[in-house]
Design a protein around this ligand. Structure first.
Ligand SMILES: [Zn+2]
Length: 160
């Protein structure tokens, strides 16, 4: 499968839109983190939209959907993680100062051959939890209503 390369500035200015699928088997960096095994092929779906002007700059909006198999770090059984991710990127030659530290907006360098599949894989790698656990069965029980011991009571016991 050929990677999708776009001129990201033109794409944004023309308000182009694409919806694509990536077979996870083609995402080498991600395969290390997954438990793909013999299961049916896993597909990442994404939609990329050009936005002519957002924050006064040409921008891209990316939506990624995927259900990926990972190994639960407690019971070592496969579990499926659902991802539904949204990103906004402004396209500029250098990082716009006003966006530094703004976590809502990312910045992408102008490129005539931006590899969209790679961008999608990058974002999924960042979104991937480090130690995935089954939601109920394997998460350590968190007692929410534990009262903190009163330091004076502890002291009192100590004096006794
Ligand atoms: Zn588990």
């Amino acid at each position: 499968m050929k990677p999708l390369l776009i001129n990201n500035l033109d794409f944004a200015k023309n308000q182009d839109e694409i919806s694509q699928e990536i077979d996870v088997k083609n995402c080498e960096r991600m395969l290390d983190l997954l438990d793909v095994g013999q299961q049916s092929p896993k597909i990442i779906r994404y939609t990329l939209m050009g936005v002519a002007s957002q924050f006064h700059l040409p921008s891209l909006a990316l939506h990624v959907e995927a259900t990926l198999p990972v190994l639960c770090q407690r019971c070592l059984q496969t579990m499926e993680l659902d991802f539904s991710l949204d990103y906004t990127y402004v396209i500029a030659e250098t990082e716009p100062e006003s966006f530094e530290g703004d976590e809502e907006v990312d910045w992408l360098e102008m490129s005539r051959e931006m590899n969209v599949d790679e961008l999608v894989e990058d974002e999924l790698l960042i979104a991937m939890p480090l130690g995935p656990l089954h939601e109920h069965a394997c998460k350590p029980l968190v007692k929410e209503d534990v009262e903190k011991p009163n330091p004076f009571a502890v002291l009192r016991d100590f004096i006794k």
